[in-house]
Design a protein around this ligand. Structure first.
Ligand SMILES: NC(=O)CC[C@H](N)C(=O)O
Length: 356
C-alpha cells in the first residue's frame, strides 16, 4: 500500500506504507546516527514525533528487548529510505513487526534526504502521515506540552539495593539512564516529578538525577521553584530535559532550535578542560546562553557546530547538567564518566557529612 508524508510547507513524499495505522499528525524530526533505531523509537523524548532516519538502511539487526528504552514505541511515525525486513537473528523481531504491534506506521522507500533538506531549511514542522488519505482541513498544532501541574497518582518505585540512594526525577526517563545508576550499585527511587518536597525529604536520597523527557521544558514552569530548592539541597545531575529544567529553575530561559540536534556524533567542548568529545543528542530546545547572566550557573560544555550551550555547573553547589545524553544509548560511550563523577561527588559529600 502507498502512503504519503505531507509537510506543513506543502511538500509531499510518497512511499510504501507498513502497518494498519491510520492518519497521524506529528512534528517531523530527523536522526543522523547510523545505528540505534531500537533505542531511538522507544526513547520517550521522541514522544509524538515523526522520525526520519538519515541512514539509508534501517532495521538490519531487528529489534531486541534488551535495547529498548521504555515500554513501547514512543515515536508517532517512522520514515526510512530502505526498510530491512529480514532475515534477522533468532530472538529478535523485525522493526516492521515491532512497529505494527505498537500501531506505529512506517513509511519506507522515501527520499529521506529531500525531507531532511526541507526540515533544515524550514525548521521542524508539523506533518501529516497517512495511507493516501486526503489532507486535513485543519492542522493540529505541534504537541509540546507533556506535563500537567496536578499531582500524579504515581507510586515511587525502588530498584537496586546499593549504599547510595539516588532519586530519579521522572520526566519519562530512558531505561538506560536508570541502568547506569544500577550498574554503579545505587539504590534508585523513581520519583514522580510532582512529588511533594516533604515526601522526597522523607526518602533521604543522597542525590537527584533529573531525567530526559519530551517537549518544551517550559511545560514544567509550575515546578521550577521547587526544583531549585531540591538542587540547592541535594547533589543534582540533569540530563537533556533535566538540564533544561534545572537551568530554568535557576532562572535561565530556553529557546527552540530551528531543527534540533538528533544523532550520535555531535561534538561538544568541555570549557574547563578544552577537551572535545563526541556526544549522543536528541533535543529541540536549548538553554539561552545570554540568560545565564541572571543565574548562578556557568557553562560547562558548548556545541562545536553551533556554539549552543551543552552543559552547566554551579560554582559552589554539586549541580551539573548536560544537554547531551551521557548514557549513550545509542551513541558514543565517552561521557559515561559523568555518571561516575556524579556518584563520586555524592560519596565525597557523604564522607564530609560523616566526619563533620
Ligand atoms: N532528550 C530530551 O530530554 C529532550 C529534551 C526536550 N524535549 C527537547 O526536545 O529539547
Amino acid at each position: 500500500m502507498t502512503g504519503v508524508l505531507t509537510l506543513s510547507n506543502g511538500q509531499s513524499f510518497k512511499g510504501e506504507w507498513h502497518g494498519d495505522a491510520k492518519e497521524i499528525q506529528g512534528e517531523v524530526v530527523f536522526y543522523t546516527g547510523m545505528t540505534g533505531y531500537e533505542e531511538v523509537v522507544t526513547d520517550p523524548s521522541y514522544k509524538s514525533q515523526i522520525i526520519v532516519f538519515s541512514y539509508p538502511l534501517i532495521g538490519q539487526y531487528g529489534v531486541q528487548t534488551k535495547h529498548i528504552q521504555s515500554k513501547k514505541i514512543q515515536a508517532a511515525g517512522i520514515i526510512v529510505a530502505e526498510l530491512y525486513e529480514g532475515p534477522i537473528e533468532k530472538g529478535a523481531m523485525t522493526l516492521a513487526s515491532f512497529a505494527e504491534g505498537a500501531g506505529v506506521p512506517i513509511l519506507s522507500g522515501v527520499d529521506t534526504r529531500s525531507i531532511i533538506q526541507n526540515v533544515r531549511e524550514a525548521g521542524t514542522m508539523q506533518s501529516h502521515l497517512s495511507p493516501d488519505e486526503p489532507l486535513p482541513d485543519v492542522w493540529k498544532p505541534i504537541q509540546t506540552q507533556f506535563f500537567t501541574a496536578e499531582q500524579q497518582d504515581q507510586e515511587i518505585t525502588q530498584l537496586g539495593d546499593g549504599q547510595l540512594h539516588i532519586g530519579l526525577v521522572d520526566f519519562h526517563y530512558k531505561s538506560s539512564i536508570l541502568e547506569e545508576l544500577l550498574k554503579r550499585n545505587c539504590k534508585v527511587s523513581i520519583l514522580p516529578y510532582t512529588i511533594p518536597t516533604g515526601k522526597l525529604d522523607a526518602l533521604q536520597v543522597d542525590g537527584l538525577l533529573f531525567s530526559n523527557g519530551p517537549g518544551d521544558p517550559a511545560a514544567l514552569k509550575a515546578f521550577f521553584s521547587v526544583y531549585r530548592d531540591w538542587a540547592e539541597r541535594y547533589p543534582s545531575f540533569g540530563i537533556c530535559l533535566g538540564h533544561q529544567v534545572l537551568a530554568s529553575a535557576f532562572g535561565a530561559n530556553t529557546a527552540k532550535l530551528p531543527y534540533g540536534h538528533r544523532g550520535a556524533n555531535h561534538p561538544v567542548t568541555n570549557i574547563k578542560t578544552g577537551r572535545v568529545s563526541m556526544s549522543s543528542q536528541n533535543h529541540s530546545y536549548v538553554v539561552d546562553e545570554s540568560s545565564l547572566e541572571q543565574t548562578p550557573l556557568s557553562v560547562l560544555y558548548t556545541n562545536v557546530n553551533d556554539g549552543s550551550v551543552e552543559g552547566l555547573y554551579h560554582p559552589s553547589l554539586p549541580v551539573t547538567t548536560v544537554q547531551f545524553h551521557p548514557e549513550a544509548a545509542p551513541g558514543p560511550a565517552e561521557h559515561l564518566e559523568l555518571f561516575d563523577q556524579f556518584i563520586s561527588t555524592i560519596q565525597q559529600k557523604k564522607k564530609v557529612k560523616i566526619h563533620a
